[in-house]
Design a protein around this ligand. Structure first.
Ligand code: PEP
Ligand code: MN
Length: 265
C-alpha cells in the first residue's frame, strides 16, 4: 500500500501554511465546538485558541446526526462566516465534508476536510478527496478496523492527495459505560504501519467530559502526533455533544498538560 511505511519510510508532514504543520515529532492541537452555532460563538472560540497558542480550530457546519430532528449545522454560510473570522486570527479550519457535492463549495474556506466516522468508507467521497489539493483527515469508522482505516486512506492517497491525516476516535464495542471505546492500541500500530500522521480524538473516544483530559494525555503518551477535542464557552448549552465538551478553563488546562506531557515523551 502507498500509505504503508514499506512504500515510504519517511513520515509524511502535512503543511497547512503559515508555519502550521501536522507531522511526526510535533504535537498538533485542534479544538473547537462540535457544531458551529453563531458568529458570537465563533469569535469566542477563536479568541480562546489565540490566547492559548492553538492554530487549528474544529467545528461542524454539516453535521451527521443520529436523529434527523437534531441540529444539522449552519451549512456553507456558517463556514464562510467562520473563515472570515478565523483567517484574520491566523487560525486554520478543520470541518467535516459529508458528500462529494460539498467539496467544491467548501474549498475556499477549509484547511482540512474532515471525513467523519460515518463516512469513513464512503468510497466515492474518498475518491473525490483524492483529487483535491487540500489536507484530508479521515476518522476511523465506528466499527472500522485499523486495516479498514488504512484502506480508506489508500483511496485518497492513491488518487494523488498525499496531505492525509489519520484519526482514532473510538470504536463501538460491547461496553456501554462510555460512548465509544478509545482504541489507544491503534495509535502505535498505525504509526508503525503508516508514514501518515496520527491524531487522537478523546472527546468522541470516551464521550464523557470529565474523562476527556486523561484520555487526551494517554493519547499523547501513546505516540499521537496531535489531539482534536471539543470545547465551548458553555458546554451545557452546546447544540451537539455538550456532554463531552470542555469549557475554556478546562481546555486551557489541558493544553498545558498536553504540552508538558509531549515534552516528556
Ligand atoms: C465530530 O467530529 O463532531 C464528529 C461527528 O465526529 P465522528 O465522525 O468521529 O463521530
Ligand atoms: Mn461531535
Amino acid at each position: 500500500k502507498l500509505v504503508s511505511k514499506k512504500w515510504k519510510a519517511k513520515p509524511t508532514s502535512v503543511d497547512l501554511g503559515d508555519g502550521v504543520f501536522i507531522k511526526d515529532g510535533e504535537m498538533a492541537i485542534i479544538t473547537g465546538p462540535c457544531s458551529i452555532e453563531s458568529e458570537e460563538q465563533i469569535r469566542k472560540v477563536v479568541a480562546h485558541c489565540v490566547e492559548n497558542g492553538i492554530r487549528m480550530m474544529r467545528g461542524g457546519v454539516f453535521k451527521p446526526r443520529t436523529s434527523p430532528y437534531a441540529f444539522r449545522g449552519m451549512g456553507i454560510d456558517g463556514l464562510k462566516l467562520w473563515h472570515d473570522i478565523a483567517s484574520e486570527a491566523g487560525i486554520k479550519i478543520v470541518t467535516e465534508v459529508m458528500q462529494t457535492s460539498q467539496i467544491e463549495e467548501m474549498y475556499p474556506y477549509v484547511d482540512i476536510y474532515q471525513v467523519g466516522a460515518r463516512n469513513s468508507q464512503n468510497f466515492n467521497l474518498l475518491d473525490e478527496l483524492g483529487k483535491v489539493d487540500k489536507a484530508v483527515m479521515i476518522k476511523r469508522g465506528i466499527s472500522g478496523t485499523i486495516e479498514e482505516l488504512l484502506q480508506s486512506a489508500e483511496y485518497v492517497f492513491s488518487g494523488g492527495n498525499e496531505k492525509l491525516i489519520l484519526c482514532e476516535r473510538g470504536i463501538r464495542t460491547y461496553e456501554k459505560a462510555s460512548r465509544n471505546t478509545l482504541d489507544l492500541n491503534a495509535i502505535p500500530i498505525l504509526k508503525a504501519k503508516s508514514h501518515l500522521p496520527v491524531i487522537v480524538d478523546p472527546s468522541h473516544g470516551i464521550g464523557i467530559r470529565s474523562y476527556v483530559p486523561q484520555m487526551a494525555l494517554a493519547g499523547v503518551m501513546s505516540g499521537a502526533d496531535g489531539i482534536i477535542y471539543e470545547s465551548h464557552e458553555i458546554p451545557e448549552k452546546a447544540y451537539s455533544d455538550g456532554q463531552q465538551t470542555l469549557d475554556f478553563a478546562q481546555s486551557a488546562r489541558l493544553v498545558n498538560w498536553i504540552r508538558e506531557s509531549f515534552a516528556m515523551r
